[in-house]
Design a protein around this ligand. Structure first.
Ligand code: ADP
Ligand code: MG
Length: 388
């Protein structure tokens, strides 16, 4: 079981911890946030758009170079140092498997024409729970990338740093994630959401109106067949696009899709309708955010969930229960499943009227029905990946 610190170590206490472990101070400290999929569900591989929030929780990395060609990796999650030789990174298993994230970054650097540091000491600390749908993996990748680039005196643009993280996760760790996780961690800004046009990819930010915060309810449920279900949804979307005569579903407006309903199987039509209408909801959400209309934003979030529930069918009774409770709770603007679905977490966007006791009432009702308490994590929007 990982140790989970709820509070991030300050730069000074991380440096002190580094000194305790490695006998000297770090030369560089970096930090990258986790992220929430705000709206834009299964839109990425359909060439669509998505909005993400960089959260005020993340992974901090401290590094110092070593002259002897040894690479030492230490995480406050595991409290054991993994000692590896410099040179071509080799995939690790068992207790050292977490080092595949920084190792994947090292392996990615040459693909972007960048130099790789030889020996170093590396310490990671985090206030992000892992596997909670908040992308601690992208956070450790981007914090590692900035640390290794700093060690070698290189400063590529932000988009390259994002792509290095994605390359590490896709190619070295072997997880076929889209651009959302690293894009939001890399392009996040305090008080703003990250808008990604996945076809480019192209990254911009939109303002997050003041007075709202996020609440994550992590059910720790995961459908046994989740990987197969993702793959099936991916296939259904591609088949629907082919039957409708387009390369990607993003090319269809909701009206054009409705007019072509007879061309596709009913099930494929439901999947396509979710994607096409979700892309329209992302666009509407950008406008509502720019207008500061949190009520309209919340309505779009809950509509996204209902579409997952009834059209894309990537929700579960547990997630629906939480959304039903939250949507009816005072102070909540809207709620939806966040991430791929088939279990995982629900996000609520809430104002000052919703606090710890209201969240506790929802968690208690869930526990009474399902026999297990969800983790409840309040959070705000924080800055993107940076050298501290
Ligand atoms: P998520 O990205 O949703 O949190 P993943 O399974 O994609 O879940 O990534 C979680 C993994 O990332 C962990 O199991 C661990 O290997 C690695 N990781 C994340 N943060 C840290 C950290 N601070 N120290 C060590 N490993 C970490
Ligand atoms: Mg991940």
């Amino acid at each position: 079981m990982f140790y989970f610190a709820y509070f991030p170590m300050s730069k000074a206490s991380l440096a002190a911890r580094f000194e305790h472990i490695f006998g000297r101070l770090p030369v560089l400290v970096t930090r990258a946030p986790g992220r929430i999929e705000f709206i834009g569900n299964h839109t990425d591989y359909n060439g669509g758009t998505v909005l993400g929030a960089s959260i005020d929780r993340g992974v901090t990395v401290a590094v110092a170079p070593r002259a002897d060609g040894v690479r030492n990796f230490h995480s406050t999650y595991t409290s054991e140092t993994v000692m590896l030789p410099a040179g071509e990174p080799v995939r690790q298993a068992g207790a050292a498997a977490w080092t595949n994230y920084p190792l994947g970054v090292l392996a990615a650097l040459p693909h972007f024409g960048l130099r790789v540091p030889e020996g170093f000491d590396f310490l990671a600390d985090s206030d992000l729970p892992t596997g909670a749908g908040l992308s601690s993996s992208a956070a450790i990748e981007l914090a590692s990338a900035l640390a290794f680039l700093g060690l070698t005196g290189q400063a590529p643009d932000r988009e390259t740093v994002v792509k290095i993280g994605k390359h590490a996760e896709n190619q070295f760790v072997g997880v076929p994630c889209g651009i959302l996780d690293q894009g939001v961690s890399g392009f996040g800004e305090a008080g703003r959401l990250v808008f990604i046009d996945c076809a480019g990819p192209r990254f911009t930010t939109v303002p997050m109106p003041a007075g709202a915060s996020f609440w994550i309810f992590n059910t720790h449920t995961k459908h046994a067949l989740v990987d197969g279900l993702y793959a099936a949804r991916h296939r259904e979307c591609m088949a629907a696009a082919a039957a409708l005569g387009v390369k990607c579903l993003v090319e269809l407006s909701p009206d054009a899709l409705r007019a072509a309903e007879a061309k596709v199987e009913p099930a494929a039509f439901k999947r396509a309708r979710h994607v096409v209408e979700e892309i329209a909801r992302v666009g509407a959400c950008v406008k509502a955010l720019e207008a500061g209309d949190l009520g309209a934003v919340g309505g779009l979030l809950t509509a996204s969930h209902r579409s997952s529930q009834h059209l894309f069918e990537n929700s579960t009774p547990e997630l629906d229960f939480l959304v039903d409770m939250l949507a009816a709770a005072p102070g909540v603007y809207g709620a939806r499943l966040t991430g791929g679905g088939f279990g995982g977490a629900v996000m609520a966007l809430a104002g000052a009227g919703f606090g710890a006791s209201e969240a506790e009432a929802v968690a208690a009702a869930y526990a009474a029905k399902y026999g297990a308490r969800p983790d409840v994590l309040p959070m705000g929007v924080g800055p993107g990946a940076t050298v501290l």
